[in-house]
Write a new protein. Structure first.
Length: 227
């Protein structure tokens, strides 16, 4: 009998199991971790050729010149034809003095109203070379309540001139003032009374209501000669 009994035998490792990698599933997803190149993350800046830059600069200059020319043309037109708002003409004027000057060129007597206390004329002028070459007298009246009436008067009224000064306002019938019929037209918020008094046609325009127009129409009937 041996002094050192032998234990159970341990099988040796197979060479194939030590060197052969585990099988790979061809259908399994493959994950690859890689950082994108630094240049690919930066936005691409367009680069204009010299000719493209020159054309762009010329286009910008052309736009600026066009805007300046438009403004240069518009400003004189606005100054010559201000809107009929009382706040654009605040300083009272001597309407009788201006009317006497206009009378030298008119074939009628330009009306210079004797306004009630608190009312005043804030502009007055003689217009020549307008629609169809018709000359006319015009002025603005500001009431004590800050209402405004634009007055126009001419001896040569015709349909085209009336359409122009009323901005193609629509006919709305007639309106009687102390028994005298005036033609009534409307344009937006504005109301217009048109009447023939003596040798001239009077056009009264306001957006302050018929009451304001009636007061001035009544005064015109009293002061403008019938013949």
């Amino acid at each position: 009998m041996s002094e050192h009994p032998e234990g159970p035998a341990v099988p040796a490792a197979s060479p194939a199991s030590a060197t052969t990698p585990a099988p790979v599933d061809a259908d399994a997803p493959t994950h690859v971790s890689a950082s994108a190149p630094e240049d690919a993350q930066q936005p691409v800046k367009p680069v204009l050729t010299p000719s493209q830059a020159k054309r762009a600069n010329q286009t910008l200059k052309g736009m600026i010149i066009s805007v300046l020319l438009t403004v240069a043309v518009a400003i004189p037109v606005i100054l010559i034809n201000p809107p009929d708002k009382a706040e654009n003409f605040r300083a009272p004027v001597d309407v009788a003095d201006v009317a006497s000057q206009a009378a030298a060129d008119a074939d009628f007597t330009p009306w210079a109203p004797n306004l009630p206390e608190g009312d005043y004329v804030n502009f007055a002028r003689w217009i020549t070379g307008n629609v169809d070459g018709i000359k006319f007298w015009e002025f603005g009246v500001v009431t004590k309540d800050d209402e405004f009436v634009w007055v126009r008067q001419t001896a040569g009224a015709n349909p085209s001139w009336l359409a122009a000064v009323t901005e193609n306002a629509a006919l709305a019938g007639t309106h009687a003032v102390d028994g005298t019929d005036w033609e009534l037209r409307t344009k937006g918020k504005s109301e217009i009374l048109i009447g023939t008094l003596g040798k001239s046609t009077i056009v009264l325009t306001s957006d302050s209501g018929l009451g304001t127009l009636e007061s001035l129409a009544r005064l015109a009937q009293q002061e403008i000669p019938a013949k």
